[in-house]
Design a protein around this ligand. Structure first.
Ligand SMILES: Cc1cc2nc3c(=O)[nH]c(=O)nc-3n(C[C@H](O)[C@H](O)[C@H](O)COP(=O)(O)OP(=O)(O)OC[C@H]3O[C@@H](n4cnc5c(N)ncnc54)[C@H](O)[C@@H]3O)c2cc1C
Length: 510
């Protein structure tokens, strides 16, 4: 591949060497190394002794967490439809700019925003759009080595195009970040733990040998005292009433506003025989349904666009981590790591990328896969500024916060009957003879709970997923969302660990 840009820019090899500090390999290592910031640093605070905590929760044998809202190159977990959002906004953001620049990623997906398969499909869409615009011999830059960027670059490279991927971080995969952990006995996913839907993505996962397991949520809510609560539809009924009201209006409003204006709230706070009120169930629906799927408080979420069908539906969990897929997509690509793009200047002849090192790179076309969270900041400036419709989309769409916390224990103290859990097999691939009441794939007549939530108080951890299929390694995966995620991301490891362990107390009391 020719090393020079269309207008005699800095030779790419020289640029790479300079940008990467000399002897850095052009192709980054797979995303399994525990690279430092700016990717979210997995943090780990193993407990030296299994002394129970004050609330009766045994000390974990391992602890890992993500901190996505602190990652300067992600600025959150996934985009969400904030008040005023429409699918047109995402499509507008996907429109090519001056025939030279295309934005892609989960944020531009009108069909599947905030998902892995949406980002993957958008990467391929952007590659085809740029390929249609490109002239023979054009050099194309892809900014970002997440799933969208890698899918775009793979598609372009396979089509014979000259492409280089520029990534700010030191690892590949972006929000698919997977780390190998001896403490957990294998890969730990710090981004999307689910493979979501999308036939196109599923086919690629199978080809890459990524092992997934069906995850059929069986949700159990417990009170702060640890009693198992009889589920009530009161909360979701109120949300449905609010959305019906919102759908009848020409202008959008927040879910909170719609709850109030529709008359769905106030709900009674009078406790029933079980000590729980309809209001408690609304708090539960918001904290364990609305916030984890959007990463935002209901005051910010669009009442018209919120999709309750995304809450706890059957899906697949990625048990082998994403590394095999990331490696497969990245195989043979030219990728420059630790290269932070701070300016993209588009002119009649090409595109100039400027880096935080002061260096620049001249290309013919560019695909930008930075998240909505990053585009909202001034991390990357565009010259000339992006068209107004693009700017409006970036302004209106929201960037939600969500983090995962992985905890390993000696005993599965949260399970009603630990002995009833059969051996699991982490090598099983989705659909390959899944039977039995494993915590993950609870598909028997009387399935065991595999999702634990709190009702009767506002939970810090939205939900605990029992992913410790192997009885020798009981593991809980906590999902922290919205403001809790942003707040806990700011805490140091000890404080964060204490707080999530305190959130487990109701599940140790049962
Ligand atoms: C905690 C969590 C839970 C999730 N759960 C699910 C789920 O259950 N199901 C689901 O389908 N999806 C889920 N997702 C969302 C899914 O992971 C994302 O939608 C998807 O991975 C986004 O891919 P992307 O390529 O669009 O963006 P990214 O993965 O963010 O890739 C963009 C890349 O661009 C790089 N970059 C940014 N700025 C610059 C710059 N200035 N210069 C150079 N490089 C730059 C970044 O470092 C990054 O590597 C979850 C995500 C998180 C974080």
């Amino acid at each position: 591949m020719d090393a020079r840009g269309p207008a005699g820019g800095m030779p790419r090899r020289a640029f790479l060497a300079a940008a990467l500090g000399g002897g850095f390999a052009v192709t980054l290592a797979a995303c399994t190394d525990g690279g430092p910031t700016p990717t979210p640093t997995p943090t780990r605070a193993p407990s030296p002794s299994p002394t129970p905590t004050a609330g009766g929760v045994p000390a974990p044998t391992a602890f890992l967490r993500s901190r996505w809202s602190r990652d300067p190159f992600t600025r959150g977990a996934f985009s969400f439809d904030a008040v005023g959002s429409t699918p047109d906004l995402r499509s507008a953001l996907a429109e090519p700019v001056a025939d030279r620049l295309v934005i892609a990623g989960e944020g531009t997906s009108a069909d599947a925003p905030g998902t892995v398969h949406g980002a993957y499909a958008e990467g391929i869409r952007a590659a085809r759009a740029i390929a249609d615009l490109a002239d023979e011999g054009d050099r194309i830059a892809v900014i970002g080595a997440g799933i969208a960027g890698l899918a775009a670059a793979r598609t372009l490279a396979d089509g014979g195009h000259d492409v280089v991927v520029v990534e700010a971080g030191t690892t590949l995969g972006g929000r698919l970040r997977t780390v190998e952990s001896e403490d957990f006995g294998g890969p730990v996913v710090l981004g999307s733990v689910f493979a979501s839907d999308g036939a196109e993505l599923r086919a690629v996962l199978a080809e890459a040998g990524v092992a997934t397991r069906p995850f059929t949520p069986v949700v159990q809510a417990r009170t702060p005292e640890g009693a198992v609560a009889e589920p009530s539809p009161a909360g979701w009924d109120a949300i449905a009433t609010a959305q019906e009201w919102a759908d009848g209006n020409s202008t959008d409003s927040s879910l909170t506003n719609a709850l109030v204006r529709s008359g769905a709230v106030p709900l009674s706070s009078e406790p029933g025989a079980d000590g729980l009120s309809p209001r408690d169930w609304l708090v539960n629906a918001i904290a364990t349904g609305v916030e984890p799927t959007t990463g935002a408080a209901p005051t910010r979420v669009s009442a018209q666009r919120f999709d309750p069908d995304r809450v706890w539906r059957p899906t697949s969990r990625v048990v082998s981590g994403w590394t095999a897929l990331v490696d497969r997509l990245a195989d043979g690509l030219d990728i420059a790591g630790s290269s932070v793009v701070i300016e993209i200047a588009v002119d009649d002849d090409g595109v100039s990328l400027r880096f935080d090192t002061g260096e620049s790179l001249r290309m013919h076309r560019v695909i930008v896969t930075a998240s909505i969270g990053v585009l909202k900041t001034d991390t990357i400036s565009f010259e000339p500024p992006l068209p107004l419709l693009h700017q409006r989309a970036i302004g209106v769409l929201g960037m939600g916060a969500s983090d995962v916390v992985w905890l390993a224990f000696d005993e599965p103290f949260w399970r009603a009957d630990a002995a009833a859990q059969p051996d699991g097999d982490d090598e099983r691939v989705d659909g390959a003879g899944e039977t039995g009441a494993t915590p993950d794939g609870a598909d028997t007549a009387d399935p065991a709970a595999n999702v634990y939530t709190l009702v009767g108080a506002t939970p810090t951890v939205a939900a605990w997923l029992d992913v410790g299929v192997d009885p020798r390694r009981p593991v809980l995966l906590g999902i922290i969302a919205a403001e809790h995620a942003r707040r806990i991301a700011e805490l140091d490891d000890d404080a964060a660990r204490d707080e999530v362990l305190a959130a487990l107390e109701p599940f140790a009391a049962g």
